[in-house]
Design a binder for this molecule. Sequence first.
Ligand SMILES: *Cc1c(COP(=O)(O)O)cnc(C)c1O
Length: 392
Amino acid sequence: MTDKLDFIREDVENLKEQGLFINIRTMGSPADAWMIVDGRRVLNFCTNNYLGLANHPKMKEAAKRAIDEWGVGPAAVRSIAGTQALHLQLERRLAEFKEVEDALYVQSGFCANQAAIPPLVGREDVIFSDRLNHASIIDGCRLSRATIVVYEHCDPADAEAKIKEHLPNYRRGLLVTDGVFSMDGDIAPLDRLYEVAEKYGVITMVDDAHGEGVLGGGRGIVHHFGLHGKFDVEIGTLSKAFGVVGGVIAGRKLIVDYLRQKARPFLFSSAVTPADTAACLAAVDLLEESEELVNRLWENTRYFKAGMKELGFDTGRTETPIVPVMLGEAPLAREFSRRLFEEGVFAMALGFPTVPHGQARIRVMNTAAHSRQDLDIGLAAFEKVGRELGVI
Ligand SMILES: *Cc1c(COP(=O)(O)O)cnc(C)c1O
């Protein structure tokens, strides 16, 4: 007996055979340094909760207050009846924080790319995109129907060669890059990419999802390179360092105002809830008040990386709190992750197609929520499993 959905059964079998089937674990507690994962209390190195804000008392207080004042949902898209004063307040604060003219708050970082790219380029245009750009950038590019030309990872010379070759055949161009690349933790050479793009009059866009709250004293990659006011569009997320949910498109007022007219997630999907919006405002307050959490994040990062190097692990080309522990083949990475979990440490194994063949790894996300003692527990587990599996 065949049925029309057999293709799904076959594909799932294939995924399982190749070791690519994703087993999704269940969290039984808030995102924090220690979490209940599949019923077990473990040290957590998997969430993007860089500053420990996801379960911060001031954030929770702000969200609760907002529910009392504003209810639980706006019940409309932003362009009809969904724009509450809270949304505008957050947009103003984010623009100030990022030192840009204006900002637009959307439902997620993923949505932000879908919202920002298609209004700026279309069928007659060309996008220059880093080889390792995030899936949401790639999807935003595809939605625009522009031609996509991929340049080599973090390679401004190749970006320039590609612009020279292709731009003359199109109406206009857009260059887009991740700020911090989430699999390797390396940083895009934004200053040189900016120079190249400006030289040819190409629109510039950076997605700073892993740089906000982390680089530039928390203000992000544009600040890190001293480029504020120069990049045309900055995409961001409120769901990583900010600890809540939502996306932001920041930059020139001309562009942001235009997106209020054109961006489809803004026009056709309901606004973010008051509780989330208020919590995001509290995150901006905390980031503007002090750099203490950002400094603690970097202290933890330096301590953990130094410990891993001393143990003899290869941590790749990271320059940020993202620490890839390079292991080579996917089955080894999976086994490593499984044994870490047995030791009470939750750290993700990543293999193809998330990373290239032969570059499987465990990825450790450092945060300000971890204590020195937590990091020592983590390092001891890596040492034990690394020795047992002959990695170090
Ligand atoms: C995580 C991430 C996103 C998605 O952000 P969400 O707010 O989770 O939708 C977008 N872009 C990049 C580069 C990311 O790393």
